[in-house]
Design a protein around this ligand. Structure first.
Ligand code: GLU
Length: 299
């Protein structure tokens, strides 16, 4: 019987593919191939002002060059407005959506403790009616407490009660929020397992809340530790840090990158050059270390 396992690559075309993305993509590829499942390539291009022309094509090319092929797509989020509208209607009809006219500054002033990476927790000001009818409204999801826990395939059990607060589904300028688009896409795409960077671990309870509200099956989640430079800075936060393209142009072979990444993932005893397919027999999700991996560009 054909496998029902489905996962995805979900790059944001906001810059070049770097080593951190490649490491997560390698895990995704190995897992999917080991399960005999399918990988969907999805380009997360809803945040229009941050999209860099040509980045989606360059990221796809880098995946191919590394030997990380996919089975369906690319699907562009920018073509999926209708699906998001429909899911929004479902949530609205079920009473989960309300308009909010608070500015970021106002929320920061009222909110007590800041929340990591996601900005301050929304205190619920507009839950019972907007405070500034003269402003364009964002749409928020009514996220009741406590936020759900889950069992991460790499990071283990994550207790309930993590990042809470009503969060934005659509911004006041009409842009769909990442949390919402990603859940609608994964649910519509029949994704059974989400594999992505550990920076999104804290977003997962919100996404589970959305799956439940939409009555869709919650996938399994695996978060892969981030890659940092020798000074401990996240590669994604650094402009132009170790792009795959630069390594390729410098004459580095894909096997050299895959070999080092396979070693960093606890799959081999040395960082010698390897193809992704060579790593398949040794791949085991629970062996993946949780700690950040230090990529030293000097090799
Ligand atoms: N587009 C996100 C990124 O490039 C990944 C989102 C996800 O996998 O849920 O970091």
């Amino acid at each position: 019987m054909a496998s029902t396992y489905r996962t995805r690559f979900a790059p944001s075309p906001t810059g070049k593919m770097h080593i951190g993305h490649a490491r997560t993509a390698l895990v995704t590829w190995l897992r999917a191939r080991q399960q005999g499942g399918a990988i969907v390539m999805r380009i997360e291009d809803i945040d229009h002002p941050r999209v860099v022309p040509g980045a989606a094509e360059s990221i796809c090319r880098d995946h191919e060059w590394l030997g990380l092929d996919w089975d369906e797509g690319p699907i562009y989020q920018s073509t999926r407005d209708e699906a998001y509208e429909q899911a929004l209607t479902e949530l609205r009809d079920a009473g989960f959506v309300y308009p909010c006219t608070c500015s970021r500054k106002e929320i920061a002033e009222i909110a007590s403790a800041p929340h990591d990476g996601e900005g301050p927790r929304y205190p619920g000001t507009c839950r019972n009616g907007v405070t500034r009818p003269d402003r364009a409204a964002a749409l928020r999801f009514r996220f009741d407490e406590p936020s759900p826990g889950f069992d991460d395939l790499v990071f283990g059990p994550q207790p309930a009660g993590g990042l809470g607060g009503d969060f934005v589904l659509r911004r006041a300028d009409g842009t769909w929020a990442y949390q919402f688009a990603v859940v609608v896409d994964d649910a519509d795409g029949g994704i059974t397992e989400v594999i992505r960077g550990a920076d999104l671990l804290s977003s997962t309870p919100r996404q589970i809340g959305l799956y439940r509200a939409l009555g869709r099956t919650v996938p399994r989640f695996a978060h892969v530790g981030l890659v940092v430079d020798p000074e401990g800075r996240r590669l994604s936060k650094r402009h132009g840090a170790a792009p795959i393209e630069t390594l390729r142009d410098a004459g580095v072979a894909p096997e050299v990158i895959i070999g080092r990444l396979g070693y960093s993932l606890g799959m081999t005893t040395s960082a010698s050059p390897k193809r992704a397919v060579d790593l398949l027999p040794a791949f085991e999700m629970p062996r993946i270390p949780r700690a950040a991996f230090i990529w030293d560009a000097k090799g």
